[in-house]
Design a protein around this ligand. Structure first.
Ligand code: SER
Length: 591
């Protein structure tokens, strides 16, 4: 049975038993308490708490999905026989529809009848001071003929919450051929981290406040890769149909651990980029950057035996049918760009690494800061020299450094008084203010010119203005050709030559919307949009032209802008590139 057949069988089994099939949500969740989607239940959190109503949204109380997941917790284990960063999770869910009895029966039937696998044993929650033992699940398993029921405590048989708070409850795990294949979670509680009087949080060692959930629910998860390993009778997940073709592209002489890391990372990279993550020095972008650079280092050290594009092609081939959001062009472009950026320092960084007498947290951080070498590489290639290097210490150093550089920025502006800081534009002096104001108006013209060339589909996804340039991100599915860029540039310069007045009117938000003025709509997927935009009840509409009605460009905006477009100067586009999936980035200057 192929992985594709397992997915289909699972969805079909539960669809036939009153579950609605819900597509996977993005790897970047709409939930600020977590960085990535790590489990199938995450997109359903609010159905368990009663904030959302499943019947209203899905017409059913039960759902089934195959969810893309990404976990950083196992990153150091990747390379062994079973750990991954990116994986897929099959799961069935119920929000007040059924509970333990049915959930266990479904699991039993699917494993023993549909997959024809024998259950070795199951586990149930043993009980502790706060939550009683799960004798009910034990009884249900036994009534189905599963007599081997093991009991375990919080660490093994209690789930959740994801992030700082959420639904949680005792679990029951199903083992086949010695491997845990299915985790059934009986969500009965809502868990909040307890806050001490001094506002510090008590750690995760079970010291959390549990309150009963409004709606008792079911959340189950089966890692597809692991299930495929058992179904296909393979000794490791890397011999299944998902990974074998990828590993075959790598030379036999390459250490098996390296091959597995590469196979895992290229999948993670392809899916993260396709969900809108761009490499950066923080949060999801930082994780993506590490996966990319680690991939690059391993390929480099092996003498580049295969082009990364071939590895990505294999991922697309394998997964595209089920995940149409995989974006070939953007993945390759973003990877390539990062590659070029890293290429410049990679060799030097490796030389420094080889030369360093010892690798403590400071030298490891220096190698990251100056040469972009990720922690994983320093630790691994450092060998004995890095034996005392610990991830926690490195992370700590990283955090410290981020705080220092933030303080640096504040000080810089504080030094001679921050004249303006809108998030998009910052100026520390009158002189800087003049420059960024010209760039700001130029950015509006650029936005409008793009819409003139490509139509209304163009939407702004963010901009960043300095005294040297403007950087503008917008939705567009492909590379912009040089001819098109030239047209955009010409339109902007034409509007500058016309020396049109730039003015604003302030009005209630509803009225402003009716003028047709451009504004941000909260974008789905999160990361690339730079967060959600909220407008006050009264807003300013800035317009370029002689009257608001007939204006060439109108936008919701706080200003400031030049009085006439002629003040801007000559506009020049310097660069166009992919910013993330479906989002392009233009950098332009004025001379
Ligand atoms: N939330 C549980 C898990 O991720 C079951 O889906 O294992």
């Amino acid at each position: 049975m192929t992985s594709q057949e397992i997915r289909a069988k699972f969805l079909d089994f539960f669809a036939k038993r009153g579950h609605v099939i819900v597509p996977s949500s993005s790897l970047i969740p709409d939930d600020p308490s977590v960085l990535f989607t790590t489990a199938g239940m995450q997109q359903f959190k609010r159905y368990y708490t009663g904030e959302l109503d499943a019947v209203k949204d899905f017409k059913k109380k039960n759902a089934v999905s195959v969810q893309k997941c990404f976990r950083t917790s196992d990153i150091d284990e990747v390379g062994d026989e079973s750990h991954l960063t990116f994986f897929e999770m099959l799961g069935n869910f119920s929000f007040g529809g059924y509970f333990k009895e049915k959930a266990i029966e479904y699991a039993y039937e699917f494993i023993t009848e549909k997959l024809k696998l024998p259950i070795d044993y199951v586990s149930v929650f043993a009980g502790d001071k706060e939550v009683p033992a799960d004798t009910e699940s034990e009884r249900i398993w036994e009534s189905l003929g599963v007599k081997n029921v093991k009991k375990a405590g919080r660490a093994d048989n209690f789930w959740g919450p994801t992030g700082s708070e959420g639904p949680c409850g005792p679990t029951s795990e199903v083992y086949v051929r010695g491997v845990e294949v299915w985790n059934l979670v009986f969500n009965e509680y809502y868990c909040k981290t307890r806050i001490n009087a001094d506002e510090t949080r008590i750690d995760a060692e079970g010291k959390k406040i549990l309150t009963p959930l409004k709606i008792k629910g079911i959340d189950t998860g089966l890692g597809l890769e692991r299930l495929a390993m058992v179904v296909q009778g393979k000794p490791t997940i890397f011999e299944t149909d998902t990974f074998e073709p990828l590993l075959k592209l790598l030379p036999e002489t390459m250490p098996v651990r390296t091959k597995r890391i590469l196979a895992d990372h290229v999948r993670g990279v392809a899916f993260l980029i396709s969900d809108g993550v761009c490499p950066s020095n923080k949060e999801a972008g930082y994780v993506l950057r590490r996966l990319m650079r680690r991939t690059m280092v391993y390929l480099h050290l092996a003498g580049n035996p295969v082009k990364p594009v071939h590895l990505f092609e294999e991922v697309f081939e394998n997964c595209e049918r089920f995940y149409p959001e995989l974006n070939r062009e953007v993945v390759l472009e973003v990877f390539d760009e990062e590659h070029q950026r890293f290429q410049a320092t990679l060799q030097k960084g490796l030389r420094e690494l080889a030369r360093a007498p010892t690798l403590d947290v400071r030298s490891a951080f220096m190698l990251y800061e100056s040469f972009g070498l990720p922690y994983e590489i320093v630790k691994e290639l450092g060998g004995d020299k890095a034996k005392d290097l610990k991830r926690e210490d490195f992370d700590e150093e990283f955090k410290k450094h981020q705080e220092i550089s933030r303080a640096g920025v504040e000080k810089k502006f504080g030094g001679h008084g921050l004249v303006l800081d809108t998030g998009e534009i910052k100026a520390g002096s009158e002189e800087e203010l003049k420059k960024v104001t010209r760039y700001h108006t130029a950015t509006h013209l650029l936005h409008q010119a793009l819409r003139e060339v490509f139509g209304e589909e163009i939407a702004q996804r963010g901009s960043d203005i300095t005294t040297e340039r403007t950087r503008f991100d917008f939705t567009f599915p492909r590379k912009v050709t040089p001819e098109e860029l030239k047209r955009v540039e010409d339109i902007v310069n034409e509007k500058i030559r016309e020396d049109l007045p730039v003015q604003f009117e302030e009005m209630p938000k509803e009225e402003a919307e009716k003028t047709g003025a451009l504004h941000f709509f909260s974008a789905k997927g999160g990361s690339a949009s730079g967060g959600k935009w909220k407008y006050p009840t009264r807003v300013k509409v800035y317009y370029v032209g002689h009257s608001l009605e007939g204006a060439w460009n109108k936008e919701f905006c706080g200003g400031p802008h030049v009085g006439h477009t002629g003040e801007i100067g000559q506009f020049k586009i310097m660069k166009e590139e992919a910013s993330s999936a479906g989002v392009r980035r233009i950098r332009a200057t004025i001379v």
